[in-house]
Structure formats: structure tokens, C-alpha cells
Design a protein around this ligand. Structure first.
Ligand code: GTP
Length: 593
């Protein structure tokens, strides 16, 4: 039977444990691609991904090995994309669990491992980078047994770089991962695990066909929206986009149907046959929900219209971003944008600037708060300036995450202190081996936005790994803090903070702002206030008019430098009344804790 010769798998790995290198090797070994073409056709295609060394876009590659067809489904390697990872895993029957032999198991790997186990995937542990002298295979084997509860004897020793263990991995995929199940005579059911926008094909869906079949001309229907389209092309990445006659139960590939908007192809949704629809969708669909909001405002030579165009074009390829027009008395017209997490925000901001050439001011990001009013209404707060008058508020709820941190034991003290500052509550403490500890905390998500990652890195010299999961809303003793510039509140600088921390953070912010706001021809007063009560203030003294005159006749290069510096500073400034605020002023809120 046909299905016997298909295997669908993905690779679970922590960032930098060698997933891309190994994937390239598997592609090369199975001869899907010439070595010469290799460079141009790495799994990660976007520049930004390569530069940052992280994988964001999921893709699926079809490999031929012996008599088998193997589908390697890529998973994004960052905490913000947990849901996308779960859908990619749902498209597989098995996974390689890659562990760097010099590092050991990391938080993200464990979280993904649990997801895979819940989906009943066959897990093949692979101990990678065994070519390195510092590889400690015995330690990793003990971790595989103790932490994951898997048989370490089943682990494959490998090096993607040196080409060790590649054949063993391919054989294990064939022998240990079960073939897909499915019935091609049943109505079509295909799970969407990724999408992208292609200028020629329109929005393209990457799918795993569970039941039925699909080919050119099939009228398809999306379960969540009921929208219908006619299929124009089906195929598989080999790794180039190769057309196929049809995709059948058990297959992994892509479907194009002249769909104009990627938003119509939602990860986790089910595609069925409009003429002969399946009764039920595939379980587990969840519409993408932004967790973090920030304002994006045009600056420099960029107009509001430029920014709108850029966002429209950008969002063609990113179904997860949301944006709506927002007007700020301080910043003018801009957009309030929703992101999956902080990394997602950074990527969007960077791509808008780099690929669409817009100049932006980004306001400090915030999580979504919920307010219960005294009248009993529930309001979602996506922008701190929307917070109702305190006298009308019964309570404010904030989102919580469960964070897992894996660290060498010597840093436990430093982490505990950091988490305490972030209002975290310890849930568990577990030794993974003699030197490694797994800590679980419940922490307000808003606190993690404020500098948590960097502080964790500093506290543990980069040795700790971190993963999180959203767990729900809880009441918090929260207040809105306003920042006043020369006695005027700047709405775009308002934020929500815990009462106990308000004084310290207010103090830090006015001090930071004093450093980043350039001196102007008049004095600038900066104040932090809760309601009408000013809790901290500072001043940027007026510029002395003769600053340039002073170096006149003297050092001409120094004068040039000064002028250039001024020009440079202009780029990302926003005029507020008479005062110019640089981008750093908006982000100093993030660094104030
Ligand atoms: P993300 O795409 O960020 O998830 O990283 P990745 O897991 O795909 O890691 P990648 O393959 O990019 O490798 C990370 C680093 O480890 C690179 O510098 C590789 O050259 C190196 N590396 C990968 N595999 C091996 C290996 O088997 N041995 C050695 N010595 N180095 C390796």
C-alpha cells in the first residue's frame, strides 16, 4: 500500500543546536538537491532569519530515501510561535529531538517535547555536534533518560557539520516512525500548518492531507470561515516548488487557489472539499491572537500614508500581525499593532524599516489588560491611555505566563532574585541532573516584557534557557503612570505598572529620559505622575547658544561632527510641542525596571 512508503517528521531543537545544518545534510544526502544549489536553497530563506540565526517561517521539504518519501516539516524555534509549532507537529507521525552534546537539554526543547508526546509522535533522540571535543555524550544520555524518560540506547550520535550519523538518522526515520494513516476515499481533510504569500500563486497553504485528495480544479472550503476557492496548483517543495498531479491522504505539500489574502489561510484550520465536505474539522484550531501591542508612528520623511502602505504590503505575508489606525495627541496618526510576542514585534519593525524603507517610532509595548468596571462591564485595554478613570474601575486583571527556566545550578540564586523582582511565584524546582535545574514560575506577562530576557541572560551569563506559556488572567494592584513633558502629559508614554514598583520605575524613567532627550534651547521638565500626583521629576537644562560658536575657528572636523550628530539624532525624533523626543525616550520605559 502507498502509505507504507511515506514518513512525516519534524526536528525539535533549541536555537543553535544545529537544526538547519542537519536539515541541509539530510537534503543533501538524499540527493534532493545539488551541492552547488545548496547555498541558495537553505531551509531558512529570509535574510533576517539567517542574520539572527532563528527560523521563523515553517516549510516542508519532500525527500526521497530508498523506496520512501520523507516529508521534513520545519518548526519555528522561538517561544512566540508555540501554537505554530504545535500545528506542525500535528502534521507529523514522528520527530527528531536534537540535543547539542556540548549544551544539554534546554527549556524550549522540553516544552516542545511534551507537545509532541501529547500528539503521540514517535520521538528519536539525536545527540548532535559529537565532533566537538567538549561533547559529553554520557551526560546527554542520562538527561534523555531522567528528564525525558526515553531510552538513551535509542539515541543516535550525529554531527550535521561533520556528516556523522546521517544515514542512521534516515534509517531510524524509516524504521521507527510509523507511516501516516488516512483514507483517500473519505471527504477531504487537510491541516494547514503554514502559509505564505507568493506574487504568482497568491496565498499558498502548506498542508498535511489527513483524508481524501485534492488536485487542480477541486473546489475547496475553509472550515473556520466557510470561504471557498478553486485550486490552481498543488505540489511539494523538493525543495523548489514542484507541481504534482494531486495530494492524497498522508501527503504533505502545498495548495494554491488564487487566494488574495493570507488571512484566509489560518494555521490550524481545515481545508475540505466544498462539494463533499467532511463533517468535522481537525481538532485544535485556534485563531492567532496577539499578546502584545505597541503603537507604530511615522517619523522623519515617512508619512502616515507611507506607513499604511508598508503595513498593508507587509501583512500580506504575515497573518499574525493586526493593526488599526490610532491617533495620539502627542504623535499624531499612526497604528496600534498586535503581535504574538516581543520577538515578533522586533521582526516586524525591522522588516518595515529595511524592506519597506519607512522610518518609525515604536511606543513601549504592552500586554492586554482587562478592566472590570464598577458597573460590572469587562473592557480589554490594548493601549494604557484607554484605561478608564480610576474611580470607575472595580479591578484590573493582567495576563500571566508559566515560565520554565533551565539553568546550571550555580545561577539558581540569581534567578530567584530576578524572578522575585518580577513578581514571579515559584511553582516547582527540579534537578535534571547534578548540575542542571529546571525552575517553573508563574509571572505576570507584562513583567517579562520589561527587560526580562536580557536580565536573565546577564544573571546567568547566557547559560539559562527560557520558555513560556500563557496561563490566564489574575487581578493585580495596577496603576497607570503618566509622563509629563513640560507639564503636558504625553499619552504615548503612559504605561501600566504595579503599585509597589511605581515609585522606583517612575524615578528610573525620568532619569533615563533626562539622558536621552537632547538639550534644546529651553529647559525641559520631565515628570512621572500617577493621577494628579507627581512622583518623580527631572530636568534637561537648556542648551547654551554658543555651543557651536565655541569651536568656531578651532577644530572644523569637530564642528562637522557635532552637526552630523545633530542630523543623525533628527532621524528618529518626534516633535512634541516644541520638544523633540527621540525613539530612546519611548523605549526607556522598557529599561526602567
Ligand atoms: P536555529 O535556526 O536558530 O534554530 O539554529 P539551528 O538549530 O538551525 O542551528 P544551525 O544549524 O544554524 O547551527 C548553529 C551553529 O552550530 C552554527 O554555527 C553551526 O555551524 C554549528 N553546528 C551545527 N551543527 C554542528 C555540528 O554537528 N558540529 C559542530 N561542531 N557545529 C555545528
Amino acid at each position: 500500500e502507498r502509505l507504507k512508503y511515506i514518513r512525516n517528521f519534524s526536528i525539535i531543537a533549541h536555537v543553535d543546536h544545529g537544526k538547519s545544518t542537519l536539515a541541509d545534510r539530510l537534503i543533501e544526502f538524499t540527493g534532493a538537491i545539488e551541492k552547488r544549489e545548496m547555498k541558495e536553497q537553505l531551509l531558512d530563506t529570509l535574510d533576517i532569519e539567517r542574520e539572527r540565526g532563528i527560523t521563523i517561517k515553517l516549510q516542508a521539504v519532500r525527500l526521497k530515501y530508498k523506496d520512501y518519501i520523507l516529508h521534513l516539516i520545519d518548526t519555528p524555534g522561538h517561544v512566540d510561535f508555540g501554537y505554530e509549532v504545535s500545528r506542525s507537529l500535528a502534521a507529523c507521525e514522528g520527530a527528531l529531538l536534537l540535543i547539542d552534546a556540548t549544551q544539554g537539554i534546554e527549556a524550549q526543547t522540553i516544552a516542545t517535547f511534551w507537545q509532541a508526546l501529547n500528539l503521540n509522535l514517535e520521538i528519536i533522540p539525536v545527540i548532535n555536534k559529537v565532533d566537538l571535543p567538549s561533547a559529553d555524550v554520557e551526560r546527554i544520555k542520562r538527561q534523555i533518560a531522567d528528564v525525558l524518560g526515553l531510552d538513551p540506547e535509542g539515541a543516535i550520535l550525529a554531527s550535521g557539520k561533520a556528516g556523522i550519523g546521517i544515514k542512521e538518522i534516515l534509517d531510524a526515520i524509516v524504521e521507527r516512525i510509523p507511516p501516516p494513516k488516512g483514507d483517500e476515499d473519505k471527504p477531504l481533510k487537510a491541516l494547514i500548518f503554514d502559509s505564505y504569500y507568493d506574487p504568482y500563486r497568491g496565498a499558498v497553504a502548506f498542508v498535511r492531507v489527513i483524508d481524501g485528495k485534492v488536485s487542480v480544479g477541486t473546489r475547496i472550503k475553509l472550515f473556520s470561515t466557510g470561504k471557498e476557492f478553486e485550486v490552481t496548483e498543488v505540489g511539494a517543495q523538493t525543495p523548489k516548488m514542484e507541481k504534482l498531479e494531486e495530494l492524497r491522504a498522508g501527503d504533505v505539500g502545498y495548495i494554491a487557489a488564487a487566494i488574495k489574502d493570507v488571512r484566509d489561510i489560518r494555521v490550524g484550520d481545515t481545508i475540505t472539499d466544498a462539494k463533499k465536505p467532511a463533517d468535522e474539522p481537525i481538532e485544535g484550531f485556534r485563531p492567532a491572537k496577539p499578546m502584545v501591542y505597541a503603537g507604530l508612528y511615522p517619523t522623519g520623511n515617512t508619512t502616515f500614508e507611507d506607513l499604511r502602505d508598508a503595513l498593508e504590503k507587509y501583512s500580506i505575508n504575515d497573518a499574525a500581525i493586526t493593526y488599526e489606525v490610532e491617533s495620539s495627541p502627542a504623535l499624531g496618526l499612526g497604528f496600534r499593532c498586535g503581535f504574538l510576542g516581543l520577538l515578533h514585534l522586533e521582526i516586524v519593525q525591522e522588516r518595515l524599516e529595511r524592506e519597506y524603507g519607512v522610518e518609525l517610532i515604536t511606543t513601549a509595548p504592552n500586554v492586554i489588560y482587562k478592566v472590570i468596571t464598577k458597573k460590572g462591564e469587562e473592557i480589554e485595554i490594548r493601549n494604557p491611555s484607554e484605561l478608564p478613570d480610576p474611580t470607575k474601575i472595580d479591578k484590573i486583571l493582567e495576563p500571566y505566563i508559566e515560565a520554565s527556566i533551565i539553568t546550571p545550578s550555580e545561577y539558581v540564586g540569581a534567578i530567584m532574585q530576578l524572578v522575585q523582582e518580577k513578581r514571579g511565584i515559584q511553582k516547582s524546582f527540579e534537578y535534571l541532573d547534578q548540575k542542571t535545574v529546571l525552575l517553573r514560575y508563574e509571572i505576570p506577562m507584562g513583567e517579562v516584557l520589561f527587560d526580562f530576557h536580557d536580565k536573565l541572560k546577564t544573571a546567568t551569563r547566557g547559560y539559562a534557557s527560557f520558555d513560556y506559556e500563557f496561563v490566564g488572567y489574575k487581578e493585580g494592584d495596577l496603576v497607570k503612570m503618566d509622563i509629563l513633558i513640560n507639564d503636558e502629559p504625553v499619552d504615548a508614554l503612559s504605561f501600566i505598572v504595579h503599585k509597589d514598583k511605581a515609585y522606583r520605575i517612575g524615578r528610573n524613567i525620568v532619569d533615563k529620559m533626562k539622558e536621552v532627550i537632547p538639550r534644546q534651547l529651553f529647559e525641559v521638565k520631565i515628570q512621572a505622575a500617577i493621577g494628579s500626583k507627581v512622583i518623580a521629576s527631572s530636568k534637561v537644562p537648556a542648551l547654551r547658544r554658543d555651543v557651536l560658536a565655541k569651536c568656531y575657528g578651532g577644530d572644523i572636523t569637530r564642528k562637522k561632527k557635532l552637526l552630523e550628530k545633530q542630523k543623525e539624532g533628527k532621524k528618529r525624533m518626534k516633535q512634541f510641542g516644541k520638544v523633540e523626543l527621540p525613539q530612546e525616550a519611548f523605549l526607556s520605559i522598557l529599561k526602567a525596571d
